[in-house]
Design a protein around this ligand. Sequence first.
Ligand code: IPE
Ligand code: IPE
Ligand code: MG
Ligand code: MG
Ligand code: MG
Length: 307
Amino acid sequence: MVSRYIDDLRGFINTALDEATQFDVNCPVRLREAIRYSLLASGKRLRPILVLTACELCGGNSQKAISAACAVEMIHAYSLIHDDLPAMDNDDLRRGLPTCHKKFDESTAILAGDALLALAFEMLGNLTPLELAGRCCKELAVAAGPCQLVGGQMDDIYRNDFPESGNIQIIEHIHRRKTGALIRTSLRLGSFVAGASEEQQIALNEFGTHFGLAFQITDDLLDVLGNEQTVGKRLRKDTENDKWSYPRFLGVDGARREAEQTLKLAEHSLEFFRNDNIIRNNNLAQNDNLALETLYSMVKHLAKREK
Ligand code: IPE
Ligand code: IPE
Ligand code: MG
Ligand code: MG
Ligand code: MG
């Protein structure tokens, strides 16, 4: 049931991303191709799935949240294109394909990223009422901005400027911002669109905070333990690039333990919804229930993910 639910959401998201990137004749063909090449490549669509799932969990209709779902995937895709550039992580493989700057060139990759960043906010502008659109724009801007995603990326690059090397608190702080913030915001946006209660928003915010950190810890683990073919990106690069990762400073077992503990906290934040669903609906509404089971299942599988 859960995997069918996730596959359906992914299909819905892929169609919407395709439709949102048709563009009129004013968009140069090469730019359009680069945007679509990176955005439509076979990513897991974790963040937009979280947007839609959070919306349904709070009693909303996922159709209403599709623009917000596309917006977070656009920010994510832009951040990956730029993350792979020679000036950043210098990677040549992404989602099983040559990275954007390898397939096209650096100028095109930079501009495709810029375009996706703007397009994300255009998508949020589709939300109604306007008050919701404004609230979501601000939410995403903060998560993608200088104190969160971009700030985390900056500290990841300039890590050696920190006086202490590899202090785990600093690594956690980097991970929470460069990756955790967008994941947390995905859940928050879904709850905003649903018109969630204060309590629902608090619970999802907490869930997203823990799940987002755990996601980057497991990304670090994949870099050490994963299979390049399955993951679709170059691995063992964190050591090669002297990155500050959880396995580097805690060892593989220590990083696994940290991921598992963080996921326990994430799971704990979902307990609220068990009661919430029962109170709202004596007979659990089917999609609310499936959405909740989906989040539980994501928590269960994250620590052992292979891609
Ligand atoms: C990779 O994200 C980059 C990180 C923030 C760790 P994903 O693992 O979600 O990548 P895709 O979207 O599936 O390609
Ligand atoms: C990427 O972190 C975070 C963002 C893109 C914001 P990583 O550099 O670890 O991601 P991968 O491993 O290249 O996907
Ligand atoms: Mg990086
Ligand atoms: Mg990288
Ligand atoms: Mg990584």
